[in-house]
Each structure stands twice: as structure tokens, then as C-alpha cells.
Design a binder for this molecule. Structure first.
Ligand SMILES: *Cc1c(COP(=O)(O)O)cnc(C)c1O
Length: 480
């Protein structure tokens, strides 16, 4: 399997070579040359596997240049029950029904930082170590986080040899728990930087460093952001896992024709992109419902065909803060498929986006749902509160505000006879204020995290200034 750029300007390269960046050398995003297809019999043969084994099977279709036994060891280490609260790694929890469809939450937040980012980051930590050890290199990860990516990356990479992490976070925009998780780490290879701005400012700062190719080379910069191919590939696994668990109870005959829908709380279009890949591989996914909060750039795109990213000033601080994103860095990969995987059309379209600040793909709008199964919904704070409350009333389950954005959209699109699975993107204990507002109490933190909020914090504050960041990183970057 080789990887190419959405914009056509990169020599095909193997998984290990593109794992560290995700961004292609021509500024596009790397995508598989062809999506590996799996048939119904193959999927059925995977039913008995545990999560780590299923991950090995699926990732071996993408990471074809990593020896199978290495990949298996990496998946075993990443998805060890020691790293996850639930023994099965990803549990499914029924939360009632909507329009005659059973509704379940897919528990992706059982990892060390209680958010779905751990699912991919734990694998990526293993994969990076593997690739760096093989090539005898060091890597300085520069990242931007709205809260969950940063902590998941830091917990996956803390203490790892040859890797340092510089993580930009928006000052005052994360929950107390998110801050405590990241800023309480004292590992020498972890550097927390709080930027005066919102997430998109952090992301732009990070891009400024990466676009300075000389600086990037001199300081061995790497990224584990949302466009990272290792993450996108690892996320595909849980769509297969959840589909298998949702159909376990069916007869063999019914399994063959079973369709399942997924709803995905979205920001950077990373999580749902993996669902799009799983569907393209042959997993019988009926609908992929994209859920947004008040920052509804993607909802607008999937309803109108017009993609118009917004600036920091037009990005609201909401009660589902990890989705406060107004520029979806992975969308280019979907649009590549939408435009028939034609790199020239994609490059022209993205050129137009850069020049005009928006693109109009409304001519393709009927295909969004017909061909790709994607529909979308949006929520307000009041919707989240009402959804957390009603899910608690009907099922006893407590969900977090991002998952609530998902459940709200899932209820709108659920269809009789098609199980609807909502991806749980974080645990409610991370966002206690809104949960208390909704149901008068919140879930306690798992025991091992209860004291986190009281630990001393280590963070550097910085203006929204690329020069200051450059200086800071250069002074502390690991040298080869
Ligand atoms: C990252 C994140 C999202 C958005 O996921 P994308 O892959 O950026 O679309 C949603 N909810 C939570 C809790 C997150 O951490």
C-alpha cells in the first residue's frame, strides 16, 4: 500500500514514511492510493477477535511496510486492558431508542485521558517509537489542541525516548479537568504552551512553524494532529468493532444484510473521516451522521454544499469545547473522494478556497447522502442540557456534552430497524458543569484521576506570535 497526496504532487510513499506528518510535501493530505476492500465473509471472520487482534488485522491493510509481528505487538501494547477502564476496550451501552431504532453509545473514552483521542493516540505512540527506533532519529512533536488531542498525545508520548512534545492550547478555553490533565505532567519531554487565542489561532501558529521548511528540518518537527495518517487509520478499527458488536445478536442470515448507522460528534472531520474510510472499505454503514455544536461550519457544508471556514472571532466558546472548530482540517480528504479522486480538481478547488475564503460544491450536494451516506445536524447549549437529561432519565446513562451533540442529531436521523450508534467522544467527568446543570450531579472521576485537580501545574503562557514560539521551540527541541 502506497500513499499519495490529494493534490497530486508527491511521489507515492509507504505508511512509515508518511506516518509522522499526514501533510504531503505539496501541502495536500496523504491518502491511500486505493482503499483496501474487505468483503462480508472477511468481516464475519473477524467477529471472534478481541480489540487488539481486530486492530492488527485492519491496520495491516494500511501499514503494509511494518512487519506483521511488530504490528501485532504494537496493537497489543496500545490496546492492553491496562490502558482502558473497560476490559473489552470499547463497550457498547444501550440508551433507549428513537424512531423505532435502538440507540447505543460506543464507549471510545475508556483510555487514560477519558476521550476518544486515546484510541488512535495510544497506537500512534507505539508506531512512532517503532519508526524512530528503526531510523535512529529524534522527533519534536508540535501540536495544537482544543483540549483532548493534547492530553491524549502527551499521555501516549510522555517519557518516550527520542520524542519531545510542544503542545499549544487556547488560554481559558479548556475545562479545569482538561487543563489539569495536561499541565500536571512533569515529564521532561512534555512542554505545555497556553496561547492567548482560540484553538484555530493555535492551529495557525503550528502551521506557521511547519510551513517554514528550513525551521522544520533543522528542528525535526513532527505532528500528531488530526490529519495524522496513523490516527485516521487507527480510528477505522472501532467502526468495524462497533458494527460487529451491534450485530452480534443477529442470526447469521440477518448479519449478512445488516446495516448500522453511526453518529459522530465532529470538529476537524477526523473521527468521521475514518468512518467514511470504513464504509469505503465495505463495512455496511447506512448513514454517517455528522453532529456539530453552534460552530456549525460542517453542518452548513453538508446541508448546502458551501464550505466557508470561519475565523477565530466568529468561533463561539461553547459547552462542548472540543468541537469549537471552524475550519475542518480533514475535509480535504473527503472532498478528494467527492471529486472522483482527481488531484487536479482538488488542487483547483483548494486554490479557490484559499483565494475566495469559500468553495461552492452545491452541484454535488445530492451525492453527499446518496453516495457517501453523510447527513448532518447541529445543537445548542439548551439541546445538550435537554439531551443529557433525557438520556439519563430513559436509560440511567450519563453522557458528556459532545456525545450529547451526537445523540441529538442521532435522534433526528434514526430509522426503524437500523441500529444507531453514537460515538462517545469523552466521559462526562471531564465536563462536570453542564452535566450538573442537566441532572443535578455528575459522575465521579475514576479513582486514579481524583487527585489530578490538586496537583501543581506546569505551563508557559505565550502571545499569539509565531516568532516567540519559534524561539521557544528551537531552544528546547531535542537534537539528533
Ligand atoms: C476531538 C474531539 C471531537 C471532534 O473530533 P474530530 O475528529 O476533530 O472531528 C469531538 N469531541 C471530543 C470530546 C473531542 O475530543
Amino acid at each position: 500500500m502506497k500513499y499519495i497526496s490529494t493534490r497530486g504532487g508527491m511521489e507515492p510513499a509507504p505508511y512509515s514514511a508518511v506516518l509522522l506528518e499526514g501533510l504531503a510535501t505539496d501541502g495536500g493530505l496523504v491518502v491511500p492510493e486505493t482503499v483496501p476492500e474487505v468483503g462480508a465473509a472477511q468481516i464475519e471472520a473477524w467477529r471472534e477477535l478481541d480489540y487488539a487482534s481486530l486492530a492488527t488485522e485492519i491496520l495491516s491493510l494500511y501499514a503494509t511496510d511494518i512487519p506483521r509481528e511488530d504490528l501485532e505487538r504494537m496493537c497489543r501494547a496500545a490496546y492492553s486492558p491496562e490502558n482502558f477502564l473497560a476490559e473489552e476496550v470499547v463497550p457498547l451501552t444501550p440508551i433507549g431508542e428513537a424512531n423505532g431504532a435502538p440507540l447505543s453509545v460506543v464507549g471510545l473514552s475508556e483510555g487514560p485521558t477519558l476521550a476518544f483521542k486515546d484510541m488512535a493516540m495510544q497506537f500512534l505512540g507505539q508506531a512512532l517509537e517503532h519508526v524512530l527506533a528503526k531510523t535512529d532519529r529524534t522527533l519534536n512533536i508540535v501540536g495544537a489542541t482544543s483540549g483532548d488531542t493534547g492530553s491524549a498525545a502527551e499521555y501516549a508520548l510522555r517519557g518516550k525516548d527520542g520524542i519531545a512534545v510542544f503542545m499549544l492550547s487556547p488560554q481559558g478555553r479548556m475545562s479545569a479537568f482538561q487543563r489539569a490533565q495536561m499541565y500536571s505532567l512533569t515529564d521532561e519531554n512534555i512542554h505545555n504552551i497556553a496561547v492567548e487565542g482560540v484553538f484555530d489561532d493555535c492551529q495557525n501558529l503550528m502551521k506557521a512553524l511547519f510551513e517554514d521548511l528550513e525551521f522544520k528540518r533543522a528542528n525535526h518537527l513532527g505532528a500528531v494532529n488530526s490529519v495524522n495518517l496513523g490516527r485516521v487509520s487507527a480510528q477505522i478499527v472501532y467502526y468495524f468493532w462497533a458494527w460487529l458488536r451491534a450485530t452480534d445478536a443477529l442470526s447469521e442470515q440477518d448479519r449478512a444484510t445488516a446495516k448500522v448507522s453511526f453518529t459522530v460528534p465532529s470538529g476537524n472531520f477526523g473521527n468521521i473521516l475514518s468512518g467514511h474510510f470504513a464504509r469505503a472499505m465495505g463495512l455496511p454503514i447506512h448513514r454517517l451522521v455528522l453532529a456539530t455544536n453552534e460552530n456549525n461550519v460542517l453542518d452548513e457544508f453538508f446541508r448546502t454544499g458551501v464550505y466557508k471556514p470561519r475565523g477565530a472571532a466568529e468561533t463561539y466558546a461553547t459547552s462542548s469545547p472540543s468541537m469549537d472548530i471552524s475550519k475542518a482540517s480533514n475535509l480535504e480528504r473527503f472532498v478528494f473522494d467527492l471529486l472522483g479522486r482527481d488531484p487536479e480538481r482538488l488542487a483547483a478547488t483548494w486554490g479557490e478556497l484559499a483565494a475566495e475564503g469559500q468553495i461552492d460544491l452545491s452541484a454535488e450536494l445530492p451525492r453527499f447522502e446518496r453516495e457517501f451516506g453523510i447527513v448532518s445536524g447541529t445543537s445548542s447549549h439548551a439541546d445538550r442540557v435537554a439531551t443529557i437529561r433525557s438520556v439519563h432519565e430513559t436509560s440511567g446513562a450519563v453522557i458528556d456534552p459532545h456525545t450529547a451533540d451526537g445523540v441529538k442529531a442521532a435522534r433526528e436521523y434514526a430509522e426503524a430497524g437500523v441500529p444507531m450508534l453514537v460515538l462517545e467522544t469523552a466521559k462526562p467527568a471531564k465536563f462536570p458543569e453542564i452535566v450538573v446543570e442537566a441532572i443535578g450531579e455528575t459522575e465521579p472521576l475514576p479513582e486514579h484521576l481524583a487527585e489530578l485537580l490538586d496537583l501543581p501545574q506546569r505551563v508557559v503562557e505565550m502571545p499569539d506570535d509565531a516568532a516567540a514560539l519559534r524561539e521557544y521551540v528551537a531552544a528546547r527541541a531535542l537534537k539528533p
